[in-house]
Design a protein around this ligand. Structure first.
Ligand code: AMP
Ligand code: MG
Length: 996
């Protein structure tokens, strides 16, 4: 780098802005209009920045967010009279400190009162125990910093003198931001020092008179920006910020309140010297200032943290580039918006280049007041977040040097103001040499302290990586500190437990039947089968199936009602070595046929008594064929299937319009059985077996598999009758009558049960809600239920029903899906494939014993979501990408946040909206269609179809549409409402925007 380039690179952003401005003036041959000297007028306009503060003050007059505290500790013998004189002189010099706010015809104006005595109350702390004085001074400083101003009555400045000892004092200055900024504090302290020294010796003020007053600047700014200059600068920003997403939403600990408060806190850290040096060297090589280099690193951090490449931060500029205003106290500081798009950045060097370009452009357009930009680009403010940017970056040169007063040693104290102006501010303070200090100022509505501590470590780890590998794509640079990575990848996945002693579900059931042949295994209506009877009938069925060629890996359709025969079918198919494929007889015939054809099930186990037409496979009816089945031998078939053969195939909604069959191994089902036994059944069995376990979910949903595992423990399945399932009161009565100990249900059903009085009488000992998110209200009820343990189970069909579990009472504060089950591993993965930090959302990937075989007959779809496992050592191992967005809480529990795609849950039913859309567009009258889940009134969620009719379909007929869909889709997938539109809302890329 040339010497000149280096010198330019070393300039602060301010100095560079000044340089750019001077160069521009030279190029254009104009100096902007000089600021007019003082006129005699009674009222003055507010500057733009003042006007915004006036607005905020009106909005929230009690807020202390806009006070600027400055505290100095003075050690030595202090002359209070000289302090007073120095202060009086400052107030005399700076009219702005005597300003009062008023309005003229609704417009705010400032007047400047000619004289104003600034009181200097003295608080004597000398009679307190010495040990308490500092703390009390700190407390008073904070209290003072939080005390609001009355700007109409004035004054906008206060001072207090705290006497801690004969030779120790603290002066507290407090200014309203409407009359000052950070730079002003420097002016104030310098003038205070000079005035104090003069007053001590009785000299007049040594300070030269001020050329201008702040009010002159305010009047000048308004006039200047009303002209061409305002338009020119606005043009730049309008273009630069076009299409910027409205909010940079960072992962937070709490949801954003409807109206943001300015409650804040600070957290500081030190940047290790080798990183300071590394960054400096990189910046120099790229022709970037430390400001730009650190801006690039901070934006890289935000891109990772917020999961978004287009990163916008604000930065304050002192805006004192004209020499005539350098010495004024007043609000000059402006805020510039720094927008950088880091998409596809080749590496950190590239990011630095982009940040440099951002900064150079911004500092060349520094004058347009931020508030004008807000009016222009973000009118109609949303008060839940700061406008235009929510995150700020500030890189400061060395702080104020020591203040020197005759006979006293002075130091500036920091006061915790407990406020934050934006969501998050990173302030880097260059303390000279290789010393760089960082301070986070964060909004405590959103963030907790421990998140900030972790953010520090993420930032420093990231910077270390950026410096070490400046060419590496940003998303690949490691940013998790070693211990955090170990925690989320390894520690919270230490779930290893011994595998099941059995090879198949059939074998495990046979062992149980041998232990408790006389215990009831399943009860449905008036029918009951003991373990012995079920074993016998299942063996007979197995023999019959074997004659039809069923062996290991054979898929067998199972189309039964909610009678004891369902267990005969399931266990019998297992015993023949096959895997059952449940087919819900309530589904449209076309869908039933689809499942049989798609799975290529060659045999169907069913009941003659069920309606059903034209299902052309070799069917074995458990009722009609009972006589021939009874003629089969009841001795078990030799076991031929192994743990890796499929146990069942369950169909679930497919986004492209075709349902897909998920195949699950015996090994996985056995692992689920063991895990649930350990977590849920074992504690209850101590009180005496068998337990009465509900079978609520239909066989076509895998929650039923979870309940079927009770058959491996000697418990009794109580089949919930179909009509009872649909009505909360009926279900509650049934649960009581059957004395159900363990009840499975989806949360929406459970909420209704609770409303119907579940906990007003004897309730089941255990509830197993799962399948969809539980809301806060239900969670609270479950956590407080005295005699019932509730277990929130989470899992996709592809990973064997349940992958994680939370005992509600173990995490009573807020809903969680808990931790991975035994032999299951959970990874929260960011968009670059690496582990997400604690508290940062990512897509849940599941590994271990539960991971399914894949989708039957769909190798490509399978490969898309059953992906190689980058976290383990087994090259053949697969992780299932759930599409669920979750995050780790710092206590090691997983929090479910929602979906990353268009899959939804409606009363526990898993629905791909794309499947319904495909069904709709298959109708000749429909041109295009979008389906959405809408919750117009809380608790009433339903599917709504939006469609653009085809040209030759003048009057879309809702009844006809419903009939059309009902021919292929189950009832729960058919929208209850249709809206016709002229066109569908689209995103900039032309795709349909579902959210709109
Ligand atoms: P399914 O395959 O029908 O069990 O649906 C699996 C999906 O349901 C998951 O991917 C989640 O989106 C959702 N889900 C299941 N259990 C829960 C739960 N306990 N909390 C929140 N969402 C859940
Ligand atoms: Mg599930």
């Amino acid at each position: 780098m040339t010497d000149l380039a280096k010198r330019i690179a070393d300039l602060s952003p301010e100095q560079r802005a000044l340089l750019t401005q001077r160069l521009r003036e030279k190029r254009d041959g104009v100096r902007p209009a000089a600021i007019a000297p003082r006129e005699d007028r009674e009222t003055w306009p507010l500057s733009f920045a003042q006007q915004r503060l006036w607005f905020l003050q009106q909005w929230d007059p009690e807020s202390a967010a806009y006070t600027i505290p400055a505290a100095i500790r003075l050690v030595g013998s202090l002359d209070a009279a000289a302090v007073r004189a120095a202060l009086a002189d400052i107030v005399r010099r700076h009219g702005v400190l005597r300003m009062r706010l008023g309005t003229v015809r609704g417009e705010p104006v400032q007047t400047v009162v000619p004289e104003q005595d600034l009181a200097l109350p003295v608080v004597d702390l000398r009679d307190r125990p010495p040990a308490e004085r500092r703390a009390e001074a700190e407390r008073l400083a904070q209290e003072e910093a939080r005390r609001p101003f009355d700007l109409k009555q004035g004054p906008p400045v206060r001072a207090t003198l705290l006497a801690l000892a004969e030779d120790e004092h603290v002066v507290l200055f407090t200014l309203h931001h409407i009359v000052a900024d950070g730079w002003s504090v420097g002016v104030l302290l310098r003038e205070f020092a000079a005035g104090y020294a003069a007053a001590l010796t009785g000299q007049p003020s040594p300070l030269p008179p001020l050329p201008l007053q702040y009010a002159d600047y305010a009047a000048w700014q308004r006039a200047w920006l009303a002209g061409e200059e305002g338009e020119r600068q606005l043009g730049y920003w309008r273009e630069r910020l076009a299409g910027v997403p409205p909010v940079l939403e960072l992962p937070a600990d709490r949801a954003r309140p409807a109206v943001m408060s300015y409650a804040g806190a600070h957290e500081s850290f030190v940047v290790p010297a080798e990183l300071v040096r590394g960054m400096r060297a990189l910046g120099e090589a790229e022709g970037a200032t430390p400001f730009m280099t650190w801006l690039a690193a901070f934006q890289a951090l935000l891109a990772r943290y917020a999961g978004r490449d287009d990163v916008v931060v604000g930065t304050p500029v002192a805006n004192r580039s004209r020499s005539e205003i350098e010495g004024l106290i007043g609000l000059f500081v402006n805020t510039l918006v720094l927008r950088t798009d880091l998409a596809d950045a080749a590496g950190f060097r590239d990011a630095i280049g982009r940040a440099r370009e951002t900064a150079v452009g911004a500092f060349a357009h520094p004058d347009l007041p931020f508030e004008m930009l807000v009016d222009e680009l973000a009118p109609g403010r949303d008060l839940s977040h700061p406008p235009l940017f929510q995150v700020m970056f500030d890189y400061q040169g060395a702080p104020l040097g020591g203040l020197s007063l005759p006979g006293v040693r002075a130091e500036v104290l920091e006061t915790e103001t407990a406020t934050a102006k934006v969501d998050l501010l990173l302030m880097l303070v260059d303390e000279g040499g290789d010393r760089l200090r960082g301070v986070w100022e964060y909004n405590t509505d959103l963030f907790d302290r421990d998140r900030m501590a972790r953010l520090t470590q993420l930032f420093l780890t990231l910077v270390r990586g950026l410096v070490a590998e400046p060419e590496r794509p940003l998303g690949e640079v490691p940013w998790l500190p070693t211990d955090e990575r170990r925690r989320v990848v390894e520690e919270w996945n230490r779930t290893a437990a011994p595998p099941s002693p059995h090879r198949t579900m059939a074998e495990a059931f046979a062992a149980q039947a041998a232990r408790t042949p006389d215990a009831p295994a399943i009860a449905a209506g008036a029918g009951t089968l003991t373990y012995g009877e079920l074993e016998r009938r299942a063996n007979q069925l197995a023999h019959a199936l074997r004659k039809k060629g069923v062996g290991p890996g054979t898929l067998v359709g199972l189309r039964v009602d909610r009678s004891v025969e369902l267990a005969v079918g399931v266990v019998g198919i297992w015993k023949a070595g096959g895997a059952y494929v449940p087919i819900d007889p309530a589904y449209p015939a076309e869908r039933q046929r689809f499942v049989l054809e798609d799975s290529q099930a060659s045999v169907l186990v069913t009941l003659e008594r069920l309606e059903g037409e034209g299902i052309e496979v070799d069917a074995l009816c458990l009722d009609r064929d009972r006589p021939s089945l009874e003629a089969e031998t009841a001795t078990p078939l030799p076991v031929t299937a192994g743990p890796d053969d499929p146990a069942y195939v369950i169909y679930t909604s497919g986004s492209t319009g075709r349902p897909k069959g998920v195949a699950i191994r015996h090994r996985s089902a056995l692992n689920l059985a063991d895990a649930l036994a350990r977590e849920i059944y074992a504690p209850l069995e101590a009180q005496g077996a068998p337990l009465r376990v509900s079978l609520n979910a239909p066989l076509a949903f895998d929650a039923s598999v979870q309940q079927l595992t009770a058959l491996l423990r000697g418990h009794t399945l109580q089949v919930v009758p179909h009509e009872v399932r649909l009505d909360a009161r009926g279900l509650l009565a049934w649960v009581r009558e059957r004395q159900v100990d363990v009840l499975d249900c989806v949360p929406s059903q459970l909420s209704q049960l609770v409303a119907a009085g579940l906990f007003d009488g004897p309730a089941p000992a255990a509830l197993i809600p799962g399948g969809e998110a539980i809301d806060d209200a239900l969670w609270g009820v479950l956590a407080a239920a005295p005699a019932t343990e509730s277990y929130n189970v989470y899992g996709p069909t592809e990973c064997t029903v349940d992958a994680t579990l939370a005992r509600v009472k173990a995490w009573p504060a807020a809903p969680t899906i808990g931790r991975p089950l035994a032999n299951v591993r959970a990874y929260v993965v960011d968009r670059f494939g690496g582990p997400s930090p604690i508290g940062v959302p990512g897509e849940l990937h599941l590994g271990g014993a539960g991971v399914g075989i894949g989708y039957v007959g769909r190798p490509e779809l399978t490969a898309e979501v059953f992906v190689p496992d980058p976290f383990g050592d087994d090259a053949a191992a697969r992780l299932y990408r759930t599409g669920d967005v979750v995050r780790w809480r710092s206590d090691g529990a997983l929090e479910f946040l929602g979906r990353a795609d268009a899959q939804v849950k409606l009363r526990g039913f898993r629905i791909e909206l794309g499947e319904i859309e495909a069904g709709l567009t298959a109708h000749p009258g429909v041109g295009e269609a979008v389906v959405a889940l809408r919750e117009d009134t809380p608790g009433d969620t339903r599917l709504v179809g939006y469609l653009v009719p085809a040209e030759d379909w003048a009057t879309p007929n809702v009844t006809e549409l419903r009939q059309h869909l009902l021919a292929t889709l189950p009832e729960y997938m058919v929208p209850s409402m249709f809206v016709t539109l002229a066109d569908l809302p689209r995103m900039p890329n032309g795709k349909v925007d579902r959210r709109a």
